[in-house]
Write a protein that binds this ligand. Structure first.
Ligand SMILES: Cc1cc2nc3c(=O)[nH]c(=O)nc-3n(C[C@H](O)[C@H](O)[C@H](O)COP(=O)(O)OP(=O)(O)OC[C@H]3O[C@@H](n4cnc5c(N)ncnc54)[C@H](O)[C@@H]3O)c2cc1C
Length: 375
């Protein structure tokens, strides 16, 4: 099939581009490896609400329904994405996993697992930062007799009743899963390797995300100082609970390192109450125990790996040196030179306000760039 514009991935990022293209009257096809719109949001854990505020998380040209709450629950978000696809007549080729994107004679050739092939002038890659779960290897992991699952497969605390659970990794996902388990009165610990930066989701009844955007505009880094004060007032000295705390300001963590601070929903309070234990980095697994960096050994029944994901773009895209950085993530949103005609959306971790907050601007940028090239 020959098309002008081909979008890979029908998650929020792919939908944002498709919505813009439809509105602007540009032809496109969209490929999706599963049989669902916004597939990841169908499978994330049950209790998940957006951590980012409603006003900064919608897609172009269609706001969330007015009765949606400030922090949108996963299921309502799925409904919104499905309605978005209907509204803009977005009909992905489902069960079409792209396995190869290569340039031949100036055009992009795209191959899918279901034998479908496409030829396109422009390819918009929207396959997500969270494509493949990152599953680290530890000494003894294979002999561990308990269950080990990645956070991508965690749903709710039900099957962990009566077990001693270790969550490995304290990013937003690990912190929330540990909270979910602790609220269900499950014996849970969290292993924290890297220094953490924690912010409250709300302060004095106002979303911290909105406050942070305002503070970032203040001169002389005054916003960072006020932010530090807010964190001190909210959490106190959390270092004394065994948490390795970074002194870095959340704004700098995001804008310079592309790392998201932990948006606390109650995990810190549970740690302070001793309802979530804190452990050091994992050193090795034994049959029924785990040894940590401080040589402490704990009995553990189940392990949940909140150890992140890979975008894994190199699995289907060749000659990536000029378009991906050392971490395998797109260095730019619009490719140039030999790779001209390639666009990336949903990979910008360096902006205050979350990935969803980047999609409106970045889909507009892609539309503009494609329109400019076609005149
Ligand atoms: C638990 C969790 C909570 C999050 N909460 C927030 C939040 O509150 N606010 C925020 O701003 N961000 C949040 N994010 C980050 C980000 O906004 C989401 O991951 C969002 O879904 C990213 O959208 P996306 O379209 O880029 O990627 P995805 O949602 O991952 O969608 C990519 C789509 O591409 C498909 N695909 C992948 N590879 C191929 C292929 N080779 N061929 C065809 N199709 C393919 C996938 O099946 C998927 O449907 C969260 C992430 C996670 C994991």
């Amino acid at each position: 099939m020959n098309v002008q514009n081909l979008i890979i991935g029908a998650g929020p990022a792919g939908l944002a581009v498709a919505g813009r293209f439809r509105k602007a009257g540009l032809d496109f096809e969209i490929l999706e490896q599963t049989n669902k719109i916004a597939s990841k949001w169908h499978t994330h854990y049950d209790r998940l609400l957006l951590h980012t505020v409603k006003s900064l998380s919608s897609l172009p040209h269609l706001d969330f329904p007015p009765d949606y709450p400030q922090y949108i629950p996963r299921q309502q978000l799925v409904t919104y994405y499905e309605n978005y696809a209907k509204h803009f007549d977005i009909n992905p080729h489902f069960n079409c996993e792209v396995t190869a994107v290569l340039k031949k004679n100036g055009l992009w050739q795209i191959e899918c697992t279901n034998q479908k092939t496409f030829e396109a002038q422009n390819v918009i890659i929207a396959t997500g930062l969270n494509r493949i779960p990152n599953i680290p290897n530890w000494k003894g992991k294979d002999i561990f007799e308990g269950e080990i699952l990645h956070a991508a497969s965690y749903k709710n605390p039900l099957k962990f009743k009566g077990k001693k659970v270790l969550v490995i990794g304290m990013g937003n996902t690990g912190a929330e899963i540990a909270l979910d388990l602790a609220e269900a009165k499950i014996d849970v610990g969290i292993s924290v390797r890297s220094e953490i930066v924690v912010v409250p989701r709300d302060f004095l009844g106002r979303p911290i995300q909105l406050t942070a955007k305002k503070l970032a505009k203040l001169p002389f880094r005054l916003g960072d100082v006020i932010g530090a004060l807010v964190r001190r007032i909210t959490f106190g000295n959390i270092g004394k609970y065994g948490l390795p705390v970074s002194k870095m300001h959340p704004r700098i963590l995001i804008q310079e390192q592309g790392r998201t601070p932990i948006i606390d929903l109650g995990t810190i309070a549970k740690i302070k109450k001793g309802e979530i234990s804190v452990f050091k980095d994992v050193l090795e697994f034994h049959e029924n125990t785990i040894r940590f960096a401080d040589n402490k050994i704990e009995d553990i029944d189940s392990v949940i790996l909140a150890t992140g994901y890979y975008p894994a773009i190199t699995k289907f895209l060749e000659n990536t040196d000029s378009v991906l950085n050392y971490a395998g993530e797109p260095a730019n949103k619009v490719a140039k030179g030999e790779q001209k005609g390639l666009y990336f959306i949903g990979y910008d971790k360096f902006t205050l306000g979350g990935i969803l907050g980047t999609l409106k601007n970045d889909s507009a940028l892609i539309l503009k760039s494609i329109k400019n090239d076609s005149v």
